[in-house]
Design a binder for this molecule. Structure first.
Ligand code: IMP
Length: 413
């Protein structure tokens, strides 16, 4: 069987957790492949809301949760989520790669210090220690899960970090070893075996394409590659096993933290969307910045991920607005363009050009009907918007998530 990848096409918070949950049904394993506890993936099943920062949210649908080598393991978040798994009645033991690097309290402290030093150019990080922990990885001085278990020269490594950063690591390594030993293992071997024996694997991206360290709005990005290709790099699954790449976008755009955002809006419409959509960071509680859909940015995201199909979330949040807008191109230096990639380095200079659409209204009953009967039962104006979007992206839309609860999902046949 093949390996499917779910990725965010915007600046994160697209609703990947729910889509991953829906697509994880019938999979044998679901893996996080980058980032750490900076991610916030929520799934609402019935009346219960599950929030994950570390484990892949898709595991709630049954598959074994895996944390691959390219992730940063945050022990505190991991321990909390083990309990969450137990209460949800999950039957598999998570598997954590020996190669995953550990985020130490020291890294969080450094993250905070770096942000303060940057002053008015602060990135607006989640302060979860992500940048400093990945920096230590690249400096080849980080502590990996495997280092804890072998304990060989662990003392020296810790002492080196203490000297390098001038900060105490702030953790009891013996306790950490006890916590992680039962879960540590050979992720490359396990995932390849699953695929070879006919099982399906889903890779759950975190953050979003525009936060990718190489392909995003640098320096206002996270410290890892968020795009689909990294799913293979991080897990050790060969790219020849690639199945479907599923790109997730909201019906509008949000961003949390600093950085350019061409379609950003403020005022009453933004407030309405923020309140209705619960647009506050899952990890930090910060209010998210709100904007209209950005077609050049989405087209770019589909391109760099190789998106095969798109899932659109939260169109219900826009319900009741008289009109809805989407940016179709930019004006830069008086010239019109629809190429996002050409202006990635000076995105704060582009002016959006909008197309306007008639709004739609949906209530709970209407949504349930669409879920039962399918795509054609969606309100006509919403369908028109989604079908227009599909043409713009030249990729089919196969899922419309129309509410927070997991079952409020319209799958197109
Ligand atoms: P970091 O990943 O904590 O270093 O933060 C870098 C940037 O990525 C900041 O703008 C964060 O707000 C943003 N970011 C990190 N994780 C997420 C996420 O899961 N959703 C949305 N934004 C995120």
């Amino acid at each position: 069987m093949s390996v499917d990848v779910v990725v965010g096409l915007q600046w994160g918070d697209e609703g990947k957790g729910k889509i991953s949950y829906v697509l994880s049904r019938g999979a044998e394993a679901v893996a996080r492949f980058q980032g750490g506890a900076n991610a916030g993936h929520t799934v609402k099943i019935g009346e219960t809301r599950y929030k994950f920062n570390m484990l892949p949210a898709g595991c709630l649908a049954g598959p074994r949760p895996v944390i691959a080598s390219g992730c940063l393991l945050d022990p505190e978040a991991f321990e909390k989520e083990l309990q969450l798994l137990q209460t949800s009645g999950h039957r598999h033991q998570p598997l954590v790669s020996m190669g995953a690097h550990i985020v130490l309290p020291m890294h969080r402290e450094l993250d905070g210090r770096l942000e303060s030093l940057r002053g008015s150019s602060a990135v607006g990080t989640t302060r979860r220690g992500i940048g400093p922990a990945y920096a230590d990885k690249m400096l080849r001085v980080g502590i990996r899960v495997g280092d804890l278990l072998s304990r060989r020269s662990l003392g020296e490594k810790v002492e080196f970090l203490r000297r390098l950063h001038g900060v105490e690591p702030g953790v009891d390594f013996e306790k950490l070893e006890k916590l992680l030993r039962p879960f540590a293992g050979n992720v490359q071997g396990f995932l390849n075996e699953v695929v070879e024996s006919g099982g399906r694997v889903l890779l759950e991206g975190a953050q979003g394409t525009l936060l990718d360290i190489d392909h995003g709005t640098y320096p206002y990005v996270t410290s890892s590659n968020t795009i689909s290709a990294n799913g293979f790099v991080s897990t050790g699954l060969p790219i020849s096993r690639k199945g479907q790449i599923i790109g997730v976008t909201k019906a509008y755009t949000t961003r949390v933290g600093a950085g350019p955002f061409p379609t950003e809006i403020t005022g009453p419409t933004a407030e309405t969307i923020r309140e209705k959509g619960g647009e506050y960071g899952t990890t930090t509680g910060r209010p998210r910045r709100i904007g209209w859909l950005d077609i050049p940015a989405l087209r770019y995201a589909c391109m760099v991920n190789g998106v095969d199909t798109v899932a659109v979330t939260k169109s219900d949040v826009l319900s009741g607005l008289p009109t809805v807008k989407a940016c179709v191109r930019y004006v830069v230096d008086g010239v019109e363009t629809n190429c996002f990639g050409d202006f990635l380095h000076r995105l704060d200079e582009v002016q959006p050009v909008y197309e306007e659409f008639r709004g739609w209204s949906v209530d709970e009953d209407g949504l349930r009907r669409a879920v039962e009967k399918g795509w054609d039962e969606l309100p006509p104006n919403l369908r028109e918007y989604l079908e227009w979007l599909e043409k713009q992206l030249r990729v089919n839309i196969s899922i419309a998530s129309v509410g927070e609860e997991a079952s409020l999902t319209v799958t197109r046949r």
